[in-house]
Design a protein around this ligand. Structure first.
Ligand code: HMG
Ligand code: MG
Length: 298
């Protein structure tokens, strides 16, 4: 049964901009967050507290968090890979943190420089410390539908990491198709594994659109009643450690689908398109979102 309401987490400022070759100023990132909240987004992934040597685009994390004028009812999240990241993130007062692991060993090594098991041991004190401060912890499981280094990834491999995250107290699990190779039935099979360990309100989908399957995969999740998705305004994004992977499913495209199905999002599509146009102008290109381009050419 379809949900009546869906929560979209816009990951554009983080997932979208972490992979940009050109520098984007902190002021532009802050303005993007402001435009997203003005469009009705209630969950925004703002930045990440990772090594600036690994991901220089997120080196301005504290400056961006400090620049955001917070709106009541909006939740601001940041990625944190280890205690050092948490220590840097805490003074910036995130509402949520995201620890990020992978279902494939090879990707774990390339992305966060450790094995899956080591990553869980790094996350354990992070989760404990964050929760002690009343900060919600989400977990992302990368390569849940395929890995750029290992190739196929089985639902068993995904479920193992989901279970490990649950064991250390991660409160929400995001199933991520890092390279966009998932198709609807396979996505449903993986989601079923996540739902064995987490309630439906604490399972979300994060679909990169590399092969054009993301919107179909969102629909497949809606059929299961899943009602939380990450999406990226203007279809921004990619992962620096997944070569060739394109952006997340565009928030505009998901909103158009959901509103067409009569599902509430609280998001104003026109204002969202404006937010996407704003950041696309900064980057000097057209939005990737089909819906945005259709709206802009009306
Ligand atoms: P490491 O080299 O193993 O860490 O990196 P280390 O503990 O050995 O420290 C090495 C150096 O990094 C030291 O500095 C530390 O201080 C520093 P040095 O002494 O050499 O000057 N360091 C840090 N600096 C700032 N913040 C930190 C931090 N930690 C250590 N938190 C680490 C491990 C995880 C830090 C590194 O591998 C890293 O930063 N990786 C980046 C990963 C990343 O951001 N990937 C993209 C986001 S994930 C993603 O996009 C997927 C997702 O969207 C879902 C999907 O689509 O799949 C979520
Ligand atoms: Mg991603």
């Amino acid at each position: 049964m379809f949900p009546q309401r869906v929560t979209l987490v816009d990951v554009g400022p983080r997932d979208g901009l972490q992979n940009e070759k050109q520098a984007v100023s902190a002021a532009h990132k802050v303005e993007l967050v402001h435009r997203l909240q003005a469009a009705g987004l209630r969950e925004i992934e703002v930045t990440s507290f990772v090594s600036p040597k690994w991901v220089p685009q997120m080196a301005d994390n504290a400056e961006v968090m400090a620049g955001v004028q917070r709106q009541p009812g909006v939740r601001y999240s940041v990625l944190v890979p280890n205690m050092k990241g948490l220590e840097a993130a805490l003074p910036t007062r995130p509402d949520e943190i995201v620890v990020f692991g992978a279902a494939s060993e090879a990707f774990s090594q390339r992305n966060i420089n450790c094995s899956i098991e080591e990553s869980i041991e790094r996350f354990r004190p992070v989760v404990e410390a964050a929760r002690a401060q009343g900060i919600k912890v989400r977990g992302a499981v990368s390569c849940a539908l395929g890995c750029p280094y290992q190739g196929e990834v089985s639902p068993d491999e995904v479920e193992r990491v989901v279970r490990l995250m649950k064991d250390i107290g991660v409160q929400h699990v995001g199933i991520a198709d890092t390279i966009g190779v998932g198709t609807p039935r396979r996505v449903q099979a993986v989601m079923e594994r996540a739902l064995k360990h987490y309630p439906i309100a604490e399972v979300s989908g994060h679909f990169h659109d590399t092969y054009g399957q993301a919107i179909g995969n969102v629909y497949a999740c809606l059929e299961m009643g899943i009602h939380t998705f990450d999406a990226s305004v203007a279809g921004l994004g990619g992962c620096p450690y997944a070569k060739g992977a394109t952006g997340n499913v565009a928030t505009e495209d998901v909103v158009f689908l959901l509103h067409g199905l009569g599902i509430e999002t609280g998001i104003d599509l026109d204002r969202l398109v404006d937010a996407g146009k704003f950041i696309s102008d900064v980057l000097g290109r057209k939005p990737v979102s089909r819906v945005a381009n259709a709206v802009l050419s009306r």
